[in-house]
Design a binder for this molecule. Structure first.
Ligand code: ZN
Length: 148
């Protein structure tokens, strides 16, 4: 029986090897670019929102396996979702990464928000320098949401 950590490592490697929703979307899709200078990660998020639903999402960029697999999982998790669900998922993910809310308070996990494959990234919280790698695509997503 493989341990949970092996399973998680396998999910992260799978998203790194076979990134989901890779590519670009033409305008008028929203486009935001994120950088993590600490690690050299770059993420492009293209977002097509229609009737408050993420109709399509594409991800580009390059960097470490944590940043790229997190972006791949993020794209898979938000595609087809309503914007309030997307925002709840961003909040849930940031809470898992021990990132406080806008007021500096810890984010309580909302059990109704399912993380799916994203749970594989929970081990990252033990490595504070990698948290920025894992959250880069999510912060870039928020920028793209602000445009759409
Ligand atoms: Zn990184």
């Amino acid at each position: 029986m493989p341990g949970l950590e092996d399973l998680y490592r396998e999910i992260i490697l799978d998203h790194h090897r076979t990134p989901r929703n890779r590519g670009e979307l033409p305008p008028p899709a929203a486009h935001a670019v994120g950088h993590n200078p600490l690690c050299g990660d770059e993420i492009d998020v293209y977002l097509q929102v229609e009737n408050d639903i993420v109709k399509d999402v594409k991800v580009g960029g390059q960097g470490c396996s944590i940043s790229q697999s997190s972006a791949s999982m993020m794209s898979q998790a938000i595609k087809g979702k309503k914007l309030p669900e997307v925002r709840a998922l961003v909040r849930r993910f940031k809470g898992m990464m021990s990132i406080p809310d806008e007021d500096g308070n810890p984010i309580e996990p909302d059990p109704s928000v399912k993380l799916g494959d994203l749970e594989a990234l929970q081990g990252v919280v033990k490595y504070p320098v990698r948290i920025k790698c894992a959250t880069l695509s999510w912060n870039t997503l928020l920028e793209a949401l602000a445009q759409s």
